[in-house]
Ligand binder design. Structure first.
Ligand code: ME8
Length: 672
């Protein structure tokens, strides 16, 4: 029996799941279900990525320990996948002991093979992407998300990535390793431009897996996270069963990911594996982004759609079908409630749902619920042969499209070529008219038309099962065929529907949705858009906040002042004042007054420009706690973006004095 191992990315627990995460998970689930139907011993893995600075900060902002925080959000992902009937075989969390031990083993192996050395990293880092941004200068944005990078200066362990440049390029010669082609070309040109060694530990925070024999360091979160693909199936375990599983399933057949994490999967991951002497995954498939309101759906942009809303109103199959049919896999695609409901009605309610209910209802009515015998002479006529030929063609086309991960083409083939053809065929042959006649010829034609329709329905149902598992399982039962899970897709050919099969109870699988479905979903989303657990957006995000200036005291926004010059407590609450910790301070070239600061405000590090250079030497500020107005609109000064304002006493004719605290206060604490 062949095996098939497929993985989703493990999702960060810094925010709740949305339909962007569901998209990858649904695509993998579809592939896994299809592989099982083809008889492969399939293993489908998903899980959550719980370590690193990003999670540590998100937990801090939520007032929880990182472990509490990770437990809560990881449970939400798990619950959602269960509710959606996702068929994963395991769910890995990077905070589990099994994972931690095995990651340390991987680190050891790479080190023992001579690919790890100690050094010092000074450079820029993007916490949101957990990415070292080579060649960037302080204040530069992250090339991936556009947020301002933070300056990191610390002792680290380095991985000799540069030693793998040629081996990686040789690996990419296989056109199937990275798909689609555009992503492969990007990776090739990135690697050709030269690889620098990669820092694979951090020593300035502790939320991670300790480096073996040197627990002052934690392992870089991407090495920790990527390793899930092998730790979950038993790498590094001393148990015989786990070792067997690893031997059986590794290497993975497919890592499916979004396009923004291609570099980690296509460059770092194979290099880590080569360094450890382990086999490489067979393919990495990168899909595009789901857009909502014109930009990438993401927690930081605040434009997410929750999966639960769609499940409540239309069900999981509707979402699965919509995402895989509407978005060309590999490209970006837009989500809208209008388009979702339109697709649902046209393809599911009026398409396969209607085909099933009318075909099966007529078999009930005219043949007492038993699949009729088609007449041989009648079925040889071209009118019926059209459907049979289309069905044969669609079986072949669909198989190719699924193999190429072209879900939308596979579904297009089933719906446009097969289901529409049968719909037309039924209309042209008017079985309801034939059903009123009792002569032999009419009975024989009626039997052939209904057999042909039911057989085409069976084939469409089997082919669509991996995409819309619930509805197709029900149609299969209604066709009297039992449990669809037992059906082997390799055997699918025209004419297998046993004549005389007794139908199951017929009931509609996709009731039509009316216009109110759109409004209901929109309302549900609006109600949910309260305060989220997510990081707040920064300069790159369209709804960018915070701002900056020199050092005047926190000004009261004019709009908040009433006619007596007083403001209400609610007005004051609009100002997001927070305790920040200065991480980096330096003079802005050609300015006497301005300093450029990087300030940790608990949830993120902000670049702020402050006119305090005449009062404070930059080196005296690093490590000092300050008060910052965190929700001013960003402002540019001397070409640099300032994202926040430091609060200071502004003295007439004197130098500004920074607001500070006598007691110790945690970074990120709000002033109110
Ligand atoms: O990157 N459109 O986790 P993450 C399409 N922990 N797919 C989307 C999407 C969107 N708008 N938003 C999210 C991480 N995704 C790391 C991965 S793997 C070893 C570590 C999907 O929570 C897509 O698969 O940011 C994307 O790659 C993934 O979620 C990112 O999830």
């Amino acid at each position: 029996m062949s095996k098939f191992y497929i993985t989703t990315p493990i999702y960060y627990v810094n925010a709740r799941p949305h339909i962007g995460h569901a998209y990858t998970t649904i695509a993998c689930d579809t592939v896994a279900r299809r592989q099982r139907m083809l008889g492969a011993d399939t293993f489908f893995l998903t899980g959550t990525d719980e370590h690193g600075q990003k999670i540590e900060r998100a937990a801090q902002a939520a007032g929880k320990t990182p472990q509490q925080y990770a437990d809560e959000i990881s449970a939400e992902f798990r619950k959602l996948w269960q509710r959606m009937g996702i068929s994963n075989d395991d769910y890995i969390r990077t905070t589990e002991p099994r994972h931690k031990k095995r990651v340390q083993e991987l680190f050891r192996r790479i080190r023992d093979n001579g690919y790890i050395y100690k050094g010092t990293y000074t450079g820029q880092y993007c916490v949101s992407d957990e990415l070292y941004v080579d060649g960037a200068q302080p204040g530069d944005p992250c090339p991936t998300c556009g947020r301002v990078t933070e300056t990191v200066h610390e002792e680290n362990y380095f991985f000799k990535l540069s030693a793998f440049q040629d081996k990686l390029l040789a690996l990419y010669a296989n056109p199937d390793f990275i798909r689609p082609e555009t992503r492969r070309n990007e990776v090739i040109s990135f690697v050709r431009s030269g690889l620098r060694d990669l820092s694979i530990s951090r020593s300035t925070f502790s939320w991670g897996i300790p480096v073996p024999d040197d627990p002052r360091h934690v392992i870089y979160v991407w090495l920790d996270a990527l390793a899930n693909y092998i730790t979950a199936i038993g790498f590094g375990s001393s148990h015989a069963g786990a070792q067997e599983a690893f031997k059986k399933y590794w290497p993975a057949d497919v890592h499916m990911i979004g396009k923004e994490i291609v570099r980690f999967h296509c460059v770092y991951w194979p290099a880590f594996l080569m360094a450890a002497g382990l086999p490489l995954p067979k393919a990495i498939i990168a899909h595009g982004w789901l857009l909502f309101e014109e930009s990438k759906m993401s927690k930081s942009r605040g434009n997410i759609v929750r999966t639960e809303t769609i499940l409540d109103v239309l069900g999981a199959d509707a979402l699965r079908y919509f995402l895989l049919r509407e978005v060309v896999f590999g490209q970006d695609g837009s989500f809208s409630f209008d388009a979702l409901v339109q697709r649902y009605n046209s393809d599911l309610a009026n398409g396969i749902g209607n085909l099933a209910s009318r075909t099966l209802t007529m078999i009930n009515r005219y043949f007492k619920g038993e699949v009729p015998y088609p007449s041989h002479a009648e079925s040889e006529k071209p009118a019926h042969g059209v459907v049979r030929d289309k069905a044969r063609m669609v079986i072949a086309e669909c198989s190719q499209a699924f193999t190429d991960y072209q879900f939308s083409s596979a579904l297009e083939s089933i719906w446009i070529r097969l289901i529409s053809t049968v719909d037309r065929y039924i209309v042209e042959n008017e079985p309801w008219t034939l059903g009123e006649k009792q002569d032999d010829e009419s009975r024989s034609r009626l039997a052939t038309v209904l057999y042909t329709s039911a057989e085409a329905l069976r084939i469409a149902t089997a082919l669509a099962h991996p995409v819309i598992p619930d509805a197709t399982a029900r149609i299969w039962e209604q066709l009297g065929l039992g449990d669809i899970k037992k059906f082997n897709l390799n055997t699918l050919t025209w004419g297998q529907l046993p004549q005389g099969t007794k139908l199951g109870e017929v009931s509609p699988v996709f009731p039509r949705a009316d216009k109110s479905a759109i409004e209901r979903m929109q309302q549900m989303e609006e109600q949910q858009r309260g305060p989220a657990v997510e990081e707040s957006p920064t300069s790159a995000a369209p709804a960018a906040p915070a701002p900056a200036t020199a050092a005047p005291p926190a000004a009261t926004p004019a709009a908040a002042t009433n006619h007596e010059g007083k403001i209400t407590i609610d007005d004051f609450a609009k100002i997001d004042l927070r305790v920040g910790l200065v991480k980096v301070a330096e003079r802005v070239p050609k300015s006497d007054k301005l300093l450029r600061l990087e300030i940790d405000i608990g949830t993120e590090v902000r670049q702020v420009l402050a006119g305090i250079a005449e009062a404070y030497a930059p080196e005296t500020l690093v490590g000092r706690k300050v008060v910052i107005v965190a929700n001013l609109a960003p402002r540019k000064m001397r070409g640099l973006e300032s994202n926040g304002m430091i609060v200071a006493a502004s003295l007439e004719g004197g130098k500004p004095v920074l607001a500070s605290f006598l007691e110790d206060v945690p970074v990120g604490a709000r002033l109110k």
